[in-house]
Design a protein around this ligand. Structure first.
Ligand SMILES: Cc1cc2nc3c(=O)[nH]c(=O)nc-3n(C[C@H](O)[C@H](O)[C@H](O)COP(=O)(O)O)c2cc1C
Length: 234
């Protein structure tokens, strides 16, 4: 039985009229097939730590960032700035600053428990991919907005919004046949200084983007099964 739902639209304010939503209609069979295909496709995404210097067309990067910009955000405030770096000198500066923080983290800040959790990834403080990858994208979270008159505007749910948007970004990178790493060289404030970002922007994650090196390996990780990540009340 098909149930038609009528939406009561009385809450839509006349000064902000809504527009028709164009739903892409597919059959339930197509829906099932597409859900499986997308699962298989996304399941092949891996974090990559060895990059080739093979160039990437800038238009692809622009489309990837455009995709990140389609994410939902709290009150549609779109609290993100994506800074793209391909300038070798800037990449070098970022690598030097990141490795300085990472060296201190690995040698002083990280607890044994933390180091143990990272052991299987085979990482250390060295981050050559920050110079090898043709592009770095640094996602900045706008902690608050700035109005035209210079006053501050509260932004809502910025961390949740950023996480979703960066998820779109990573999916778009994967969909373009490229690879990336979600990198968080902590603390990351050096990125705000090097990239001259304003006070209201906080670095969220740093993502090198490009092609994997020809001999790339990845950790042999298992992902949790559905019954370990989903609870269904029916
Ligand atoms: C918020 C976040 C921060 C991460 N930071 C780092 C990092 O600084 N360095 C790194 O090598 N990997 C980092 N990773 C990547 C994870 O180690 C990786 O996603 C995880 O091991 C699973 O591997 P997969 O992405 O190949 O499925 C980070 C991932 C997330 C989500």
């Amino acid at each position: 039985m098909i149930v038609h739902t009528i939406i009561v639209t009385s809450k839509i304010p006349p000064e902000y009229p809504h527009i028709p939503f164009k739903h892409v209609k597919i059959t339930p069979e197509q829906s099932l097939t597409k859900s499986k295909e997308f699962l298989d496709f996304m399941g092949r995404r891996r974090s990559i730590r060895f990059f080739s210097d093979r160039p990437v067309e800038f238009e692809i990067i622009k489309n990837i960032v455009r995709t990140a910009g389609t994410a939902p955000s709290g009150a549609h405030q779109q609290p993100w700035t994506y800074v793209v770096v391909s300038d070798p000198e800037l990449k070098k500066q970022i690598r030097i600053a990141a490795e300085k923080e990472e060296k201190f983290s690995y040698e002083e800040r990280m607890t044994d428990e933390w180091l143990q959790a990272l052991a299987r990834l085979g990482t250390d403080w060295r981050k050559p991919f920050l110079e090898t990858a043709p592009y770095l994208i640094i996602a900045f979270r706008q902690r608050y907005g700035i109005n035209d008159d210079g006053s501050k505007r509260t932004h809502y749910y910025t961390s949740e919004s950023m996480g979703i948007s960066v998820g779109f970004l990573i999916s778009a990178i994967h969909n373009s046949g490229l690879v990336t790493l979600t990198h968080t060289p902590s603390p990351m404030n050096f990125l705000r200084k090097i990239l001259k970002r304003p006070e209201n922007e906080a670095p969220f994650v740093l993502l090198p983007i490009g092609y994997p090196a020809s001999d790339t390996t990845v950790p042999d990780l298992q992902r949790k099964a559905l019954n370990n990540i989903m609870i269904h009340f029916s």
